[in-house]
Design a protein around this ligand. Sequence first.
Ligand SMILES: [Zn+2]
Length: 332
Amino acid sequence: MQPLPIGAAQTEQALARAADRHRRSPLALTTVPRGLGPYRGYGEVLAQLTDLGRRGAAVSVIGRSVRDEPIFALSIGPASARRTSAILSGVHPMEWIGVETHFTLLERLVERPPTDRRIVSVVVANPDGVVRVEDNLRKARRRFVRHNARRVDLNRNFPSFWGKGSLSRLLLRPVFSAGAGPASEPEVRAIISCFKGQMVDRALSLHSFGGVVLYPWGNRLFPPLDRSELRRWARHVARRADPHRPYRATQCSHWVPGFTAPGMELDWFYDQHGALSLLVECSRGGLGLPRFVPGKLIEPFAWFNPPAPERVAPQVAQAVERFVRGAARPSD
Ligand SMILES: [Zn+2]
């Protein structure tokens, strides 16, 4: 990892200061009574990063957001390892089940760190967006949030295929707004510089929702060179993510017919690093079981996040573990 040129003590300070700034009452006190599930606010996320740091993960600051929030990465495994697995979540700020799944996975990795690779993890890639979602939840404002503080969809801002025409952009330009240029956004630049010069051969991005495992390309309709290997891994994860009702596994550009997506992290890790790259849309959202509350239909947070994250996160985390640990092939 190429952290900003600051020492470990300064990183610790930056994390402590950010955790202090965002410390508030547990968010679950607000979300649980409304049937939205026990989710962590940003201060609680930072406290958890601090805790993982104390248990052996190396924390670094990899950049700053539009609103000057530090963006943190964790590294687990030997610093001298040649290979790297990348894990992202919180790219889209409303998709908190991805963050919870990421934390569950990190628990497993810290408990039994890899010896032959580093796992570098950005739990919240879009802190400004996540803080905005938290504010909305605390004020009971029902708002859909997808962007960073400059109204850019970070998952359309990566340099691979950036700005290429697509039907989704044509129809829904404000939703999938790609920014002023490739990697115009500081959050995306932070991620790019974090992995620069590393041999990233596995990449995982945790989003929600839809119960689907996607592999490249997002922007091309024809299959990637490593299609059979990518598809084997995607199917492996899909089966395990929900044994009762397996997720779907598909090439990203085939997910919604006619909708290709330029500028995605999924394509960038494959295109620029040659990494086997997966994007998991965790859960099937939060409108259904265990209890359907009609009011939740107009609560965007509930579209993306199941009310029982403790049931979803462990299943998805164990489903992706073998992949991020760099196993040569799926177990089946
Ligand atoms: Zn997403």
